[in-house]
Design a protein around this ligand. Structure first.
Ligand code: CP
Length: 327
């Protein structure tokens, strides 16, 4: 199948998934993010790269980190940003996703950032977008959350340097996690040699082995000697029925606490795509302890999202004819 997120030269056209991006392109995104990191420390936190371009944030699911950092990223690149209030939009009157796209496109939008509860919604948008209009996936159902995985890889590279020696454990609700899937694809392509998933059987996809990861159902064994622990949220909103014993039992068996941390490498780091549920998946002390990179992940989200936007739209002001006519 043709990868619609790349153009004929292998450059990013949309960002829908980390699957298939490959090491060279992933590394280019991380290097570009590195170049944007100092913008946040400038007195005027802006560069003019996307001046005159319009970005629409279209979040059909709740978000704190992703929506705000996409907005900040676009504003720091000098784009005009429209945050559509989905709950107060014509979606509530039955307007379809396709009609929403067509309507907003009629306003000469250059880029959509979309989060949706249905897997495939971002692909659908990209397939129907006019030529020259880009789509960034900010999380679709259980499928993918590519910028989260990229900011995690970026944070890890800054903290650890060489990714090709790391042992990484991803713990928790793998079954419903679009983040885990995107992380596995990105980290494997970036050369991480060992990725483990640690979860009860009910929270693992049936095809988990095909992802090329090691599987453990035991926290102590799963964390033994790892350099990186990535804790996931229990996505109860996506669980059709009871997949767990009690919350207390889950925390006892799979929660990250000072006691369970003893199994990992002494200089191991802890990561977590928010939001945090303290005492459900992670202990408060651990979440904000000295080995935690959680708040750095949030900060880096801005630079990584700036990088992706700039790589897709940033050449337009220099070469407007490249992007052609819109329908
Ligand atoms: N990690 C993440 O996607 O957080 P939000 O749901 O707050 O955007």
């Amino acid at each position: 199948m043709k990868d619609i997120q790349l153009d004929e030269n292998g450059r990013l056209r949309h960002l829908l998934t980390t699957e298939g991006l490959g090491r060279e392109l992933l590394t280019e995104i991380l290097d570009t993010a590195e170049s944007f990191l100092p913008v946040t420390d400038q007195a005027v936190k802006k560069v003019p790269l996307l001046r005159g371009q319009t970005v629409v944030n279209l979040f059909f699911e709740a978000s704190t980190r992703t929506r705000t950092t996409f907005e900040l990223a676009a504003k720091r690149l000098s784009a005009d940003v429209l945050n559509m209030q989905v709950a107060a939009s014509a979606t509530t009157k039955g307007e379809t996703l396709l009609d929403t796209l067509e309507t907003l496109q009629a306003m000469q939008v250059d880029m959509f950032v979309i989060r949706h509860q249905s897997s495939g919604a971002a692909h659908f948008f990209a397939q129907h977008a006019a030529p020259g209009v880009a789509v960034l996936n900010a999380g679709d159902g259980r499928h993918a959350h590519p910028t989260q995985a990229l900011l995690d890889a970026f944070t890890l590279r800054r903290a650890k340097g060489d990714l090709t020696r790391l042992r990484v454990a991803i713990v928790g609700d793998i079954l419903h996690s679009r983040v885990a899937r995107s992380q596995i694809h990105a980290l494997k392509d970036l050369g991480v040699p060992e990725i483990r998933v640690v979860a009860p059987r009910t929270l693992l996809p049936v095809d988990v082995e095909t992802l090329g990861v090691q599987v453990s159902h035991d926290m102590r064994a799963g964390l033994d000697g790892v350099d990186v622990i990535i804790m996931l949220r229990l996505q109860r909103e996506r669980m059709g029925g009871e997949l767990l014993p009690t919350g207390e039992e889950y925390f006892q068996r799979y929660g990250l606490t000072p006691a369970s941390l003893r199994a990992d490498s002494p200089d191991g780091v802890i990561m977590r795509p928010g939001p945090i549920n303290r005492g459900v998946e992670i202990d408060s002390q651990v979440a904000y302890g000295e080995r935690s990179l959680i708040l750095r992940q949030v900060t880096h989200g801005i630079a990584v999202r700036m990088a992706v936007m700039a790589m897709i739209l940033g050449t337009r002001n220099a070469n407007p004819e490249v992007h052609g006519e819109r329908s």
